[in-house]
Design a protein around this ligand. Structure first.
Ligand SMILES: Cc1cc2nc3c(=O)[nH]c(=O)nc-3n(C[C@H](O)[C@H](O)[C@H](O)COP(=O)(O)OP(=O)(O)OC[C@H]3O[C@@H](n4cnc5c(N)ncnc54)[C@H](O)[C@@H]3O)c2cc1C
Ligand SMILES: *[C@@H]1O[C@H](CO)[C@@H](O)[C@H](O)[C@H]1NC(C)=O
Ligand SMILES: *[C@@H]1O[C@H](CO)[C@@H](O)[C@H](O)[C@H]1NC(C)=O
Ligand SMILES: *[C@@H]1O[C@H](CO)[C@@H](O)[C@H](O)[C@H]1NC(C)=O
Ligand SMILES: *[C@@H]1O[C@H](CO)[C@@H](O)[C@H](O)[C@H]1NC(C)=O
Ligand SMILES: *[C@@H]1O[C@H](CO)[C@@H](O)[C@H](O)[C@H]1NC(C)=O
Ligand SMILES: *[C@@H]1O[C@H](CO)[C@@H](O)[C@H](O)[C@H]1NC(C)=O
Ligand SMILES: *[C@@H]1O[C@H](CO)[C@@H](O)[C@H](O)[C@H]1NC(C)=O
Ligand SMILES: *[C@@H]1O[C@H](CO)[C@@H](O)[C@H](O)[C@H]1NC(C)=O
Ligand SMILES: *[C@@H]1O[C@H](CO)[C@@H](O)[C@H](O)[C@H]1NC(C)=O
Length: 531
């Protein structure tokens, strides 16, 4: 068993790194030779494989780096494979195994810690950008969506078939369904229909032996593990079959903004008592940020963002019953369709469906984020402590996102999928800080700040374990040995936070399907054989 203290990390990085640098030229040639032999069809492999010598390597690598903190990473892959055929994925797996290379699978590249495109060990990126077809079956209300499609591409194809069909995934259109559904995936339909992963009914996976499996051939335990156990532990998901859901043709959205001077503190405090108890057709998410810093009179502003599956009159009635303090007025509301609500959230003033196909994000910044679950309302005084931290001048853009649970989330048992955060949670918090200032000092200052905030939150959030959302990946909560032989005790530290007792079943599944631990990263499920 090795346990790395953080002070040892830099040395290990240097050692591993110089090692990969010395051997890289040799290994990448061997990999390519192996790949060409393995792929029997007439593929022009120069269109599928990129090495550091190819002029398009930097653009292929950077295209899906979504956190500027990692844009200048030196932990680059020897080879990037962009498969257009299942046989390319099988070849990439075989040839990585033969050459002792790791694989990092990338769909949309939104991993908060960059695990889909960085590794300290010599590695290959398997980038699924060309695996993105979407086939909708309107009669049966199902779809097959390939892993490299973005959520936006999926929504585009659904909307083309009708405005009353939807899917309960996230709102950010550039996320890949490969990673998003592997870790759960939630959006504005969470309280009505649960997670995206709760609506997966079949999957196609390529395992460490190169076998192509579906739900029947993989068995129910592995199928269970894929729906929330996190990507990059069990194999390469190539496609999901999903159940589409129905939404009314007209729904209503609103954004109500309130500063501290407009009673934001009292309203957020009150929101905690109603957010998870509202009718399941209504979801009110709360964003908290600092505004007006540049005008010299900074304050805190809360945005109460409402999403209601119905018309405005019904909404006003519900709000009057359950959250009259917010003072929602008809003028604050917009009646629209589900798909337009999603597009407008991203592109105010334009509802063109084609906007959903754009894979480039609006902007990319440096950021660090963390998650928490809240089971008892926080007192006002605790909120005030958060705001004081938000007003610290040397921090660029702090943000808190409060996502209400309840509704459907209360009805799904903790063990029905690896995602355990169900009944008993009022809301989830995403703590986030982003910055544009360059350099290590700025990075350290912001990361230290969010770690202090996280520590401040301890008394107010879930305990034993302090729960966390795997799609909000956070390496601060613990990680595996980089040698790949993590102990059960070591992995349980972060594993129980993400999965609670489902962690044990995930370990059993991993042991059965990938005992050699080929698919691994800093927070992948370890097999028993590595204890
Ligand atoms: C701007 C932004 C907004 C977000 N909004 C939301 C939100 O509203 N709701 C929400 O739930 N989450 C949200 N997230 C988090 C998001 O769900 C996760 O980052 C998710 O993992 C992204 O999937 P991806 O395919 O884009 O990421 P990637 O970085 O490609 O992958 C993430 C992880 O999954 C693995 N993986 C990827 N593809 C596969 C595959 N095909 N087979 C096996 N493993 C795979 C990767 O190796 C990596 O470990 C957001 C993230 C960002 C950056
Ligand atoms: C893990 O691997 C390292 C490096 O190869 C080795 O020193 C250590 O003993 C291993 N630990 C276990 C538990 O096998
Ligand atoms: C790059 O090209 C040079 C010269 O052609 C070759 O010697 C080297 O091995 C190549 N390196 C990589 C990483 O492809
Ligand atoms: C994929 O590979 C198979 C088997 O090698 C081959 O028959 C098929 O034509 C390939 N498909 C494409 C689209 O290249
Ligand atoms: C990321 O780095 C690449 C290569 O250095 C550069 O071309 C690109 O502009 C950078 N991206 C951003 C958003 O700065
Ligand atoms: C709907 O599902 C049934 C049963 O799985 C299948 O036979 C049928 O072909 C599907 N309908 C369409 C339009 O594909
Ligand atoms: C804030 O709350 C106080 C006391 O409840 C109330 O008197 C006041 O009108 C509120 N202010 C605003 C701007 O809503
Ligand atoms: C920001 O400051 C300006 C100027 O003082 C003020 O008019 C405005 O209301 C402030 N905005 C907020 C959201 O407090
Ligand atoms: C809100 O409810 C109160 C009493 O519960 C009622 O008097 C009032 O008319 C309602 N307002 C609206 C807009 O429905
Ligand atoms: C809306 O977006 C579409 C697609 O990008 C673009 O063609 C169109 O010009 C935009 N319309 C407006 C009014 O900006």
């Amino acid at each position: 068993m090795i346990s790395l203290s953080s002070s040892m990390l830099p040395l290990l990085f240097v050692l591993l790194f110089s090692f990969s640098w010395v051997t890289s030229a040799h290994t990448h040639e061997d990999f390519i030779e192996c790949f060409s032999l393995y792929v029997e069809d007439s593929t022009d492999i120069s269109k599928v494989i990129y090495t550091q010598n190819d002029s398009s390597y930097p653009s292929v690598l950077h295209f899906a780096i979504r956190n500027l903190r990692f844009n200048s990473t030196t932990l680059k892959p020897l080879v990037i494979v962009t498969p257009t055929n299942v046989s390319h994925i099988q070849a990439a797996i075989r040839c990585s195994q033969k050459n002792n290379l790791q694989i990092r699978i990338r769909s949309g590249g939104h991993d908060f810690e960059g695990l889909s495109y960085m590794s300290v060990l010599p590695f290959v990126i398997l980038d699924l950008i060309n695996f993105r077809s979407v086939t909708i079956d309107v009669t049966n209300k199902t779809a097959w969506v390939q892993a490299g499609a973005t959520v936006g591409e999926l929504y585009y194809h659904i909307a083309k078939k009708g405005r009353t069909l939807a899917f309960p995934a996230g709102i950010c259109p550039t996320m890949g369904v490969g990673g998003h559904l592997s870790g759960g995936g939630y959006g504005a339909l969470l309280r009505k229909y649960g997670l995206a992963a709760d609506n997966v009914i079949d999957a196609e996976l390529i395992d460490a032996n190169g076998r192509v499996l579906d739900r029947i051939s993989m068995g129910e335990d592995l199928f269970w593990a894929l729906r929330g156990g996190g990507g990059n532990s069990f194999g390469v998901v190539i496609a999901w079959k999903i159940k589409l859901v129905e939404v009314p043709p007209t729904l209503t959205v609103f954004n109500v903004l309130r500063t501290l001077e407009q009673n934001a503190t009292q309203l957020i405090h009150r929101w905690q008592y109603i957010a998870n108890k509202l009718h399941e057709d209504l979801m009110i998410t709360t964003y908290i940020r600092r505004v007006n810093s540049s005008q010299g009179n900074p304050t805190i502003q809360a945005t109460f963002a409402g999403f209601f599956l119905g018309g405005v009159d019904k909404l006003l009635q519900l709000m009057n019953e359950s959250f009259p303090e917010l003072g929602l007025a008809k003028d604050d509301c917009l009646e629209t369709s589900w798909i337009e609500a999603i597009i407008l959230n991203r592109f105010p003033g334009n509802t063109s469906l084609e906007l959903l196909l754009d894979r480039t994000p609006r902007f990319v910044t440096n950021y660090k984020a963390k998650s928490d679950y809240v089971k008892e309302p926080m007192p006002e005084i605790a909120l005030e402590g958060i705001f004081e931290r938000f007003l610290e001048e040397d921090i660029e853009t702090p943000r808190l996102l409060l996502v209400p649970y309840g509704g459907k989330m209360d009805q799904i048992s903790e063990s029905s999928s690896p995602f355990p955060h169900r009944a008993g949670n009022i809301y989830k918090i995403e703590h986030q800080v982003s910055w544009s200032e360059e350099g290590k000092e700025a990075s350290k200052r912001h990361v230290d700040w969010i770690r202090r905030l996280y520590s401040y939150m301890t008394p107010y959030v879930s305990k034993n374990p302090r729960e966390a959302y795997i799609n909000y990946r956070d390496l601060d909560i613990g990680m595996n040995s980089l040698a790949g032989n993590t102990s059960y005790e070591q992995a349980s530290i972060w594993g129980r936070k993400y999965f609670k007792n489902n962690f044990d079943k995930l370990v059993r599944v991993k042991t059965a399907v990938d005992p050699a631990n080929f698919f691994r990263n800093e927070q992948s499920i370890p097999p028993l054989s590595s204890w």
